[in-house]
Ligand binder design. Structure first.
Ligand code: HEM
Length: 460
């Protein structure tokens, strides 16, 4: 990072914001715009002050340069921990699963769970993803309103919940989906709003909000616990993730996961894999709907690779242009737009001191628009992801799935899901999206904050 090595913490540039509350309101109102402008104006390490002086004040450092991102995610692991407010709240709601745990507990979970997400294991789900995509094609045939529109985001949210639930629970999917459909997004939203709240009502107080959370948690726990109990009672040959979690054995010591641990992991997969993938799917189709020529290239590739078949795993490797388009959609709309870490040991970054107790935030939204690495960054251009371009670019100029030891375990799963769905629906329909800005909601994940109408016109 091109920053002098002698600077001190007081010199880290950043907006002063308003008296007393600093940048809190700007960040709450528009975190994407505020942090992007912060990077453009102040550089690759930007200091934000949010909240009144005292224990409620948060000092956050936005780290935008890929070198800094790499350092936080992959290099300086001892200095950064998942103990910031957002991760604390997720942990309070869904426990210590792979996403939230740390230290020895995380290492053990990772040893147990990693084998469930190898490429060959995940490839087992491609048939199911293809089936669900074909169902979507049929569903849109009936669902389209008179003018031929569907709401992409609600359709993709439904689709990704079905896919992640089928992967997790196999044939029990129809029993469990109604319970999860409302409760999982509610819990995810709750974790986010609680992480921002300046004053915390203890969760044991019987306020209406706390009661609703308790009810949602017990409904979700109830249905997952029932399923675990029935699988333990009669273990079958099922290949779904739940069965694999129940059978997993630690290579060091041979112990498996307890029922509670299996439940926590399952909930983490739902929380981490449902809304995120829905956002990727939505924006992939939305952007293709805005760019008819790119859309046609994706369609031509699907026709050439698949003919009239549904994709299998081998096909997905040949859908190269489709993959490039999906990656580019995730550059522009990274579902995880910011990744926070509590600084647990004072660190040096880009010549600045980043003090213990502050929060370091690396943000795909900002780095994916960094002018040093992306020309005309707002333009949708899948050509940015040719193998040559990818090879020439800094590894951490693009990190929709995070990086380092805590990188997303579900990235191959969600890429396959998005590629398969796109290839199947694009052969059946022509998509057109109305132009204009999209209002975004920035909770724990990024998603549209408005309906996403898209005209789907049957082809041939
Ligand atoms: C487009 C879809 C997805 C995106 C953008 C995404 C993004 C991310 C990111 C950025 C991280 C790192 C978080 C951090 O470092 O603090 C992460 C971690 C994780 N993701 Fe995903 N994810 C997606 C889909 C999935 C799916 C489908 C699953 C599971 C079925 C999943 C499970 C996880 C888990 C368990 C972790 C924690 C890994 C660890 O800490 O060892 N994700 N994800």
């Amino acid at each position: 990072m091109a920053i002098s090595a002698e600077r001190k913490i007081s010199e880290v540039p950043g907006p002063r914001g308003l008296p007393v509350v600093g940048s809190a309101l700007d960040l709450l109102r528009d975190i994407l715009g505020t942090t992007l402008e912060g990077q453009r104006r102040y550089g690759d390490v930007v200091r934000y002050v949010a909240g009144p002086p005292g224990p409620m004040r948060v000092i956050a450092y936005g780290i935008a340069h890929p070198d800094g991102v790499q350092h936080v995610l992959a290099g300086g692991a001892n200095h950064y921990a998942k103990q910031d407010a957002a991760y604390r709240e997720i942990r309070a709601l869904v426990g210590d699963g792979l996403l939230t745990s740390e230290g020895e507990i995380w290492k053990r979970q990772k040893r147990l769970i990693q084998p469930l997400f190898t490429h060959s294991r995940v490839a087992d789900y491609v048939g199911m993803m293809s089936e669900e995509s074909a169902d979507l094609v049929a569903r849109w045939g009936e669902l389209r309103k008179n003018d031929g529109t569907v709401d992409l985001h609600s359709e993709m949210t439904r689709f990704s919940l079905r896919v992640v639930c089928r992967a997790l629970f196999g044939t029990d999917v129809d029993r469990i989906i109604p319970v999860l459909r409302d409760n999982v997004p509610f819990l995810s939203k709750k974790a986010f709003t609680r992480s921002l709240a300046p004053i915390h009502v203890p969760s044991r107080w019987p306020t209406p909000g706390n009661r609703r959370v308790k009810r949602a948690v017990s409904e979700v726990y109830g249905v997952v616990d029932d399923l675990i109990a029935s699988r333990r009672a009669s273990p079958g040959p099922a290949r779904d993730l739940m069965s694999l979690l129940l059978a997993a054995q630690d290579p060091e010591g041979g112990l498996g996961l307890s029922d509670k641990e299996v439940r926590d992991q399952a909930l983490i997969f739902l929380l981490a894999g449902h809304e995120t993938t829905a956002t990727s799917l939505t924006f992939t189709l939305h952007l293709l709907g805005l760019h008819p020529e790119i859309q046609q290239r994706v369609r031509d590739e699907a026709a050439q690779v698949l003919g009239g078949r549904l994709p299998d795993t081998a096909d997905t490797r040949h859908l190269a242009y489709t993959t490039m388009a999906v990656k580019e959609a995730m550059r522009l709309y990274p579902a995880v737009y910011a990744i926070p870490r509590l600084v647990v040991q004072t660190d040096e970054l880009g010549g600045f001191t980043i003090p213990a107790g502050s929060v370091a935030v690396v943000g795909p939204w900002v780095t994916h628009r960094h002018l040093e690495f992306w020309e005309d960054p707002e333009r949708f251009d899948p050509e940015r992801f040719t193998p040559e371009e990818e090879k020439a670019r800094h590894r951490y100029a693009y990190f929709p799935f995070g990086g380092g030891p805590r990188a997303c375990i579900g990235q191959y799963f969600s890429m396959l899901e998005t590629i398969v769905m796109t290839a199947v629906v694009i052969r059946a329909y022509e998509f057109s999206t109305p132009p204009g800005p999209v209002k975004l909601f920035t909770g724990i994940t990024l998603r549209p904050n408005q309906p996403m109408p898209c005209r789907v016109a049957p082809l041939g």
